[in-house]
Design a protein around this ligand. Structure first.
Ligand code: DHB
Ligand code: FE
Length: 290
């Protein structure tokens, strides 16, 4: 194998209170144990299937970007990214190391496939990116205070309307796959889609969680991602809450899997669902390419 290859995709919620529970030493409390036990398998799996690079699709929450500037899709091409201060100080987690060479290649290829990406050479990363890393990697030891591999942050605007459609995200995932698999170094790349599942943080429906919607979403993400990509954004808002729209990011990771390009269906290595954590339904899936 001389070219980079996408070996697996990982999907997970990014609930900021999970980061706080870990950082404040509350992870052994029963409330949080019920969440973290869903990731015991995943931490072991990541150790046994270590990627060279993680392409991490996430959303910024008005931390690096604001109403002053709203890129729909932004790729991080920097050498490193600092954990952001989200109001309680930056999380005490390692600096995220990037992969500028692969990121620049992906930017070139995806833009030439007609998707407009914003190229970001300096950016802080918030819970949208650091909480998925914490859930999958655990707390890095002080003796080796680093994430296990470089990460390419890929930020999607799902905070300020207009947001991209599920279908555009799904097609973008296909373009990202072509980009990664045309990089001429034998890198093992995982693509992670994060955010979701159902939740609403604002207005009269604050606290909304929809288990039926979430489990149907997981079923269809596995078996019929193209059909799922046809779901209009208003259905996410109506059924999964205003912040449930974060789920369109999962379609980017799913669109990058081999079956979408005519290969074999992925294997479901792990599936987990738990409600609630903070105001959010926690969903998690690991799909492996054969
Ligand atoms: C919560 C969930 C989010 O996705 C977020 O960005 C902020 C808060 C919550 O569940 O409280
Ligand atoms: Fe969020």
């Amino acid at each position: 194998m001389n070219m980079a290859k996408i070996t697996a995709s990982v999907y997970t919620s990014h609930v900021p209170a999970i980061g706080a529970a870990l950082d404040l030493g509350k992870s052994s409390e029963p409330y949080w144990q019920a969440v973290f036990k869903g990731y015991d398998f995943s931490k072991q799996w990541l150790k046994e299937n270590p990627p060279d690079v993680i392409f991490l699709v996430y959303n910024d929450h008005a931390t690096a970007f604001s109403l002053e500037m709203i890129p729909t899709f932004a790729i991080g091409t920097a050498a490193s990214y600092q954990p952001a201060d989200e109001g309680w100080g930056p999380r005490p987690v390692p600096v995220v190391q990037g992969h500028p060479e692969l990121a620049a290649h992906i930017a070139q290829s995806v833009i030439q496939q007609d998707f407009d990406l914003t190229i970001v050479n300096k950016m802080d990363v918030d819970h949208g990116l650091t909480v998925p890393l914490s859930l999958m990697c655990g707390q890095p030891p002080q003796s080796n205070f680093a994430w296990p591999c470089p990460v390419i942050p890929f930020a999607v605007n799902v905070v300020q309307y207009p947001v991209p459609s599920g279908m555009r995200c799904f097609k973008l995932g296909q373009a990202i796959r072509k980009a990664i698999e045309s990089f001429d170094k034998p890198l093992n790349v995982q693509i992670w889609g994060t955010g979701g599942m159902s939740h609403q943080l604002q207005g009269p429906r604050a606290g909304l969680i929809n288990k039926e919607f979430d489990n149907a979403f997981l079923d269809q993400l596995i078996a019929d991602p193209e059909g799922l990509a046809c779901k209009p954004h208003i259905d996410y808002v109506r059924e999964a809450g205003s912040e449930g729209i974060e789920l369109v990011m999962w379609l980017i990771a799913r669109g990058a899997m081999a079956d979408v390009a005519g290969g074999p269906a992925p294997t479901v290595a792990h599936r987990f669902y738990h409600v609630p954590a903070s105001n959010t339904a926690v969903g998690h899936l690991i799909l492996e390419n054969k």
